[in-house]
Design a protein around this ligand. Structure first.
Ligand code: MN
Ligand code: MN
Length: 467
């Protein structure tokens, strides 16, 4: 036996690519950039996935139930939960009791949300109050162009879609920073106090309305503009879900165009690649599932988060349509399922080597990342995947020549993070965390490797076929 077979060296995926492969790498990244430029909220992601799924022949489970239709092997259905969570199924030839192969990712991303009573005037400027969503370094969200995405639901239930700041002709909005000349006090503060949560107020106007008998003329002008464009009033903010996100498109990053910079890679990069993978599946032994959930960044709570009964309920519904539902069969189905719980990893960054343990860090270009565990302070709160399952995954990845690596999220006791893996594992199914490594995770603009995006699609597809 040569030494080569005894040691593990993780090659750079770019080294193995033919010219034909490189074209595929760039093609999937181009599709991804388009998706990311258009989809900046969980609702926009779900809407787009539904559109893309219908083009691939997926039917709405609600319609199938309503019409009393049945499902059989080869059928494709989706279930849309409140426009913010989506489950896609390709029905397999085997019985549901044998279990599902599941890809899971989340489509919510850190951002600034608009408060319920947000609009006010101060010193003849109009501003919107925000409350940040998820883990953000607040100082990163000032002095950059921001866009407003979301919905306003009026009392008569009409839903007004809002996107301001993405078209070249649109205005952008933003949060101001203090000029360096007067920052002596500010720069002496700790990082988490440099910009505080209540200071993340969005400047949206400075022009008073003319000839109106109102006290706050700048605010009034903004209300008139919003009323003309969207037919809404100040009270309608109460039933709105408006998210403030970085304005602008996803871009190639690096002089060699080997990376993508975008808002919301966490975790739409795993969602998009999971979608691409399941979209390739037409016939399957076990039923394949892709699950895109909301609220991961704030603890997977609420009706659209992973802790909700949505997924369990929808698996029961699908089994019922196939003619295989019973309470016991549902339990067996979930227990016998296998899942890749996908979320982003921290890519090794030469600017910040001290937080990483290099032998167990993820690197750009080395492929899809598997994390046996995440968590913090002694693996706290994590799903610790079984070695039997990891062995199966290794074999699948190698059989399909997928570039893969393993990693932890930084040094022991340096910090940590959680995902949705442990929630699905409560059904007693095999689950492992995996995903794509990023630089700048949770910053307004995050960076990922195009090779890793391509390898993730290939890895997810291999898992759906073989697991
Ligand atoms: Mn995430
Ligand atoms: Mn995150």
């Amino acid at each position: 036996m040569t030494k080569k077979t005894l040691t593990r060296e993780i090659p750079n995926a770019w080294d193995k690519y033919s010219d034909e492969d490189i074209k595929k790498v760039f093609d999937v990244s181009d599709r991804y950039k388009q998706f990311m430029s258009a989809c900046k909220t969980e609702r926009e992601c779900v809407d787009e996935f539904v559109k893309m799924a219908e083009e691939k022949g997926y039917k709405d489970l609600k319609e199938i139930i309503k019409n009393g239709d049945t499902l059989k092997a080869g059928d494709k259905v989706y279930a849309n939960n409140m426009g913010k969570t989506l489950a896609m199924f390709v029905i397999g030839k085997q019985s549901f009791e044998k279990g599902l192969t599941i890809l899971g990712a989340h489509v919510d991303s850190p951002r600034l949300d608009i408060k319920q009573n947000p609009l006010y005037e101060d010193s003849e400027l109009a501003l919107l109050e925000t409350h940040y969503y998820g883990g953000v370094k607040k100082y990163q969200w000032v002095a950059i162009p921001l866009a407003i995405h979301g919905v306003v639901v009026k009392k008569d239930n009409t839903v007004v879609n809002v996107v301001i700041g993405e078209d070249d002709n649109d205005p952008v909005v933003g949060v101001s920073d203090l000029l360096i000349h007067l920052s002596a006090d500010q720069l002496g503060k700790k990082g988490d106090k440099v910009v505080e949560g209540e200071d993340l107020n969005l400047l949206v106007g400075s022009r008073p309305i003319k000839d109106k008998d109102v006290k706050e003329k700048v605010k009034e002008n903004i209300l008139v503009i919003l009323n003309e464009k969207y037919d809404i009033t100040e009270e309608d903010f109460v039933s709105a879900e408006l998210e403030i996100v970085p304005a602008g498109k996803a871009r190639d990053y690096g002089l060699d165009r080997s990376m993508v910079m975008a808002y919301g890679h966490d975790d739409r990069i795993c969602a998009f690649t999971s979608f691409e993978a399941i979209a390739k599946i037409d016939e399957t032994e076990k039923t394949c599932v892709a699950l895109f959930v909301d609220k991961e960044e704030i603890g997977s709570v609420g009706a659209t988060g992973m802790h909700s009964k949505f997924f369990e309920n929808i698996v029961a519904e699908v089994m019922d349509r196939v003619g295989e539902y019973s309470e016991l069969k549902l339990r067996r189905c979930l227990t016998n399922s296998k899942m890749l719980s996908s979320d982003v990893s921290a890519a090794f960054d030469p600017n910040y080597p001290s937080v990483m343990e290099k032998k167990n860090a993820a690197f750009f270009g080395k492929g899809i990342v598997f994390n046996k565990y995440t968590g913090s302070r002694g693996k706290g709160g994590c799903n610790d995947a079984n070695p039997e399952f990891i062995a199966q995954i290794r074999a699948i990845m190698d059989k399909h020549n997928v570039a893969w690596q393993t990693a932890e999220l930084g040094k022991v006791d340096q910090g940590g993070g959680g995902t949705i893996a442990y929630i699905l594992a409560e059904y007693n199914m095999e689950v492992i965390d995996c995903g794509i490594a990023l630089q700048n995770m949770h910053a307004p603009w995050e960076v990922a490797s195009k090779a890793d995006i391509y390898e993730a699609v290939r890895g997810y597809e291999a898992f759906l076929i073989e697991a």
